[in-house]
Design a protein around this ligand. Structure first.
Ligand SMILES: *Cc1c(COP(=O)(O)O)cnc(C)c1O
Length: 313
């Protein structure tokens, strides 16, 4: 059977290239049927679980990971339960239910939903699908690099967003497979969700007390062990941007490419719109446009109003 993800567009953005003064390539993961790159790793993991006999999948994410599991389960013809925290946006819950998944609201934050999902999966003998922390998920995400290599242009820098770190782990695995691991990575988080940056600067895995950012898809209070290892031993530079910068990048990208992406993805785009030190010497950069379904025009306008640009940004 074919994989559950599709091959996404890879092209040079004229608008971003001119703005940034260097070649900017986009890998448009926003075009995946469930709206983000997540289906690559999660799709693979769900498929392997079903191949091994699972007839029920349990996820703990009120965001793109949960939606990807719901999508995968429907494609694979198995039951899905998605445990989401109370803070989950109603339109995202609705999308998950549209895929035929059962929605269980439990906990105020993701950690609580996750613990409950793990327990539930054991109780009902279902397969638990982590949103980011599993080697199979990284292997699925690594297919992005296969497509980059097929595209034939090796960028000087790769820019991506980091939540729990599954995407970064997948990219590193793919780069190693193709002997491209010398490419420096700019790993972007928003202020208030910067668990990788805090861990790297303190030299140990840090657990944030709380998440305070509109980029909810980056809201893992602690990153995975593997991504911390990559970030401390490979050419990975954590960069932290403001919510305002991420929101502005979403708005600019909607004008440049007529595509809406979450602030989690705007964060990565923002370091190209306002070039950071880490890309100053690069002739060409590639941005993984990770996408996300937790966005619409009304939300973007509301975030913009609530996060006015100030001179301190
Ligand atoms: C999940 C997600 C991220 C972060 O990915 P991790 O694997 O958790 O680091 C970034 N952007 C979007 C849109 C996501 O759905």
């Amino acid at each position: 059977m074919k994989p559950l993800h599709i091959e996404t567009p890879l092209f040079e953005s004229r608008a971003l290239t001119i703005g940034a003064g260097r070649t900017v390539w986009l890998k448009l993961e926003a075009m995946q049927p469930p709206g983000s790159f997540k289906i690559r790793g999660i799709g693979l993991m769900c498929k392997e679980c079903v191949d091994r006999g699972a007839s029920h999948l349990v996820s703990s994410s009120g965001g793109n990971a949960g939606f990807a599991v719901a999508y995968a389960g429907r494609q694979l013809g198995v039951d899905v339960t998605v445990v989401v925290p109370k803070t989950t946006a109603t339109d995202v819950s609705y999308r998950i239910e549209q895929e035929g998944a059962k929605l269980v609201v439990h906990g105020c934050v993701w950690d609580e939903s996750d613990a409950f999902a793990l327990q539930l999966s054991e109780k009902v003998n279902a397969a638990y699908i982590s949103p980011f922390d599993h080697p199979t998920i990284w292997r699925g995400h690594s297919t992005i690099v296969d497509e980059l290599v097929e595209g034939g242009k090796k960028p000087d820098v790769i820019i991506l967003s980091v939540g729990g770190g599954g995407l970064l782990c997948g990219i590193m695995e793919g780069l190693e497979r193709h002997r491209w691991e010398d490419i420096p990575i700019v790993a972007v988080e928003t202020k208030g969700a910067a668990s990788l940056d805090s861990s790297v600067s303190q030299g140990r895995l840090v657990k944030l007390d709380r998440i305070s950012s509109v980029a909810t898809s980056l809201g893992a209070r602690r990153v995975g062990t593997k991504v911390f290892e990559y970030a401390t031993t490979r050419p990975v530079s954590p960069v932290v941007v403001t919510d305002q910068a991420a929101i502005n990048a979403c708005l600019r990208f909607s004008k440049d490419h007529r595509i809406l992406v979450e602030p989690a993805c705007g964060a990565a785009l923002s370091v190209v719109y306002d070039p950071v030190y880490e890309i100053k010497t690069a002739q060409s950069v590639l941005v993984i446009v990770c996408g996300g379904i937790g966005v619409n025009i009304d939300k973007l306008m509301k975030w913009k109003r609530e996060n006015p640009t100030t001179e301190s940004t």
